[in-house]
Design a binder for this molecule. Structure first.
Ligand code: THU
Length: 134
């Protein structure tokens, strides 16, 4: 598992966050089974609705490139312009979006300036709704 590369990619993607309304910058880096890393940042909008989280930006970039097999995602978020002081776990909508494409064993790596914390999607989002199992 390329944990260090993933953490660096999430921090780098965070630099590209467009968050003038919240001043909360988030970066994500999604590791595909083929070793490729897809990054994303949050992209806000004056009318709020079209805004998207960093995790979904990364996920949708990958899926739109034909990639649907993932190993891990790293996420770093916090006040824009400062290192991430605390962990930024994916929001509920992003957990549902990840659950559509990722196995419960997907590693979710939370990144702060003090280090990382490793979880799994299944741990963060148990009893996920899915049509096939519904
Ligand atoms: N945000 C993310 O990008 N990922 C998360 O998991 C939590 C929240 C973004 C959405 C919004 O642009 C800003 O952070 C403040 O909520």
């Amino acid at each position: 598992m390329q944990v260090e590369a993933l953490v660096s990619a999430a921090l780098e993607a965070r630099e590209r966050a467009y968050c003038p309304y919240s001043s909360f910058a988030v970066g994500a880096a999604l590791l595909a089974a083929d070793g490729r890393i897809f990054t994303g940042c949050n992209i806000e909008n004056a009318t709020q609705g079209p805004g998207v989280c960093a995790e979904r930006t990364a996920l949708y970039k990958a899926v739109s490139e034909g990639v649907r097999d993932f190993m891990a995602i790293a996420v770093a978020g916090g006040k824009a312009g400062f290192p991430p002081e605390q962990f930024c776990p994916p929001c509920g909508v992003c957990r549902q979006a990840l659950a559509e494409f990722c196995v419960p064993s997907l590693e979710v790596i939370l990144v702060s300036q003090n280090g990382i914390e490793r979880h799994t999607l299944g741990e963060l989002f148990p009893l996920a709704f899915s049509v096939s199992e519904g």
